[in-house]
Design a binder for this molecule. Structure first.
Ligand code: DLL
Length: 440
């Protein structure tokens, strides 16, 4: 498609194709800066002081290994302001990871940070071949989740016309796509499948649409699923990786060759480690991605364990970018589930069950498909006393569990009440989750 004579889209060709030495020079300076910022936060000051870490601890990039990792639990412990490196007055926005409440993982941004995040996202969209001629319909949720606003500002920065429909209301999504001539959509891969089914059902023709691309991310998907979406919708689908802790979407995306995602290494340091030994894996082998953000003043995160499994693609990319690529993600090193794009920890479900009277000893979580979308079912054993009670009370318990879980995890589960002792009891480590979703 992109032969030698066809122009490859860049936002800032100089930095995107900079020699490795230059990228590494920027990274080292950025890392030192981030250590300085970290020492302004309560959380890192304490941690680094105990270890005697200062900016002088790193004189080469390899010295990053002298710094401790940061984890999601650290973010929770530092809630709400323990990781803030600037005065509160300088913060203009916060985002939080979907699916976590209470001690949520929150990130803070100054205006400069937001500008940087938008610039990174604009670079990503341009790398995926988007331009100011495009009309982008953003079908991801606006709010604390970064898929809405995070992508929105990048698309505007690139000069795209943005239709901020947010998630849901598929009939209206389809109408707007037709009426405005949407050329690019941003959605989770599962929503793209749903969208296709709804388009078929509406009797619309492909010629009713001007759609040419989808930016897809926020949840795992296979190469087969990508091809299926491309085939059915007749478009190109670009894998887009990010997480709220790293400013949301933007850190890594596929270029027009769609073969691995470039990580913007002037703004992030990426390492891939063995999650057991915590040592780097040989280049090209799969391990856990660890990211350090270099482009944020308000909230440094150094050596953040993403829990996502991937590998570096060692072959250079035909596009000429020197920023390394990571392969499609293959899983996580923790038990986080991603259900229709929303992050859910089984412990959140357990939290609701444990605090509810009448709930028994055992529960089981099933994730499967309802059509193309994900479905979460929570099977709950109740106590013998509750079981002997009036069915109205049992129904009320079911409704209460459903609404409390929905409030906590932001998606609606199906709650199935089970007789005491009816759920399988596993020997050894309890297996409480059955993810039945096909892997492609
Ligand atoms: O999902 C940010 C985002 C929004 C990325 C829109 C891309 C597009 P969180 O809710 O914090 O943030 O969830 C982050 O989602 O650690 C991965 O496990 C997973 N994830 C994100 N993108 C991909 C992807 C956003 N392209 C978590 N492939 C991450 C596989 C992904 N998993």
């Amino acid at each position: 498609m992109f032969g030698k004579d066809v122009e490859i889209p860049f936002l800032d060709k100089k930095i995107e194709t900079a020699p490795r030495e230059e990228i590494e020079r920027i990274q080292l300076a950025g890392l030192k800066n981030q250590i300085k910022a970290a020492l302004r936060t309560d959380f890192y000051r304490k941690k680094y002081k105990d270890l005697g870490i200062t900016e002088d601890t790193v004189s080469t990039l390899d010295d990053i290994r002298k710094l401790p990792f940061t984890t999601k639990n650290d973010l929770r412990d530092a809630y709400p302001f323990g990781l803030l490196a600037v005065p509160k007055d300088d913060v203009v926005r916060l985002h939080a990871s979907s699916g976590t409440t209470g001690a949520a993982t929150v990130i803070y941004l100054t205006q400069k940070d937001l500008d940087m995040a938008a610039d990174t996202m604009a670079r990503s969209l341009r790398a995926a071949g988007c331009s100011r001629q495009d009309i982008l319909q953003n079908m991801m949720t606006y709010g604390l989740f970064t898929g809405g606003l995070g992508l929105h500002y990048g698309a505007e920065k690139l000069g795209m016309m943005v239709v901020p429909t947010s998630s849901g209301n598929t009939i209206r999504q389809i109408k707007f796509m037709k009426d405005f001539g949407t050329t690019v959509v941003h959605a989770t891969p599962s929503y793209l499948l749903h969208l296709h089914a709804a388009i078929e059902e509406s009797g619309s023709l492909r010629s009713d649409f001007k759609l040419r691309k989808a930016i897809a991310g926020a949840e795992p998907h296979s190469e087969e699923l990508r091809r299926k979406i491309e085939r059915t919708l007749g478009i190109e689908v670009y894998n887009n990786y990010g997480m709220s802790e790293m400013n949301g979407p933007g850190p890594a995306i596929e270029c027009v060759f769609r073969n691995g995602m470039h990580i913007w290494e002037d703004r992030y340091i990426a390492e891939i480690i063995d999650p057991e030994t915590l040592e780097p894996v040989p280049e090209g082998e799969t391990g856990e991605l660890v990211l350090t953000i270099l482009c944020r003043d308000a909230m440094p995160l150094i050596r953040y364990r993403t829990r996502d499994l991937t590998r570096f693609i060692t072959e250079p990319c035909e596009c000429g970018r020197t920023h390394r690529k990571i392969a499609r993600l293959t899983g996580r090193t923790d038990d986080m589930l991603i259900i229709n794009g929303v992050n859910v920890f089984p412990s959140q479900i357990e939290e609701v069950l444990l605090r509810t009277k009448g709930v028994g000893a055992n529960y089981f979580i099933i994730v499967d498909k309802n059509g193309v979308l994900d479905k979460l079912t929570v099977q709950v054993e109740i106590t013998p006393e509750m079981f002997a009670d009036d069915s109205r009370l049992i129904n009320a318990l079911r409704d209460r569990l459903r609404s409390e879980m929905a409030a906590l995890i932001t998606i609606n589960p199906v709650v199935e009440i089970k007789q005491p002792g009816s759920l399988p009891v596993s020997e050894g480590k309890a297996k409480r989750v059955d993810d039945r979703r096909p892997k492609d």
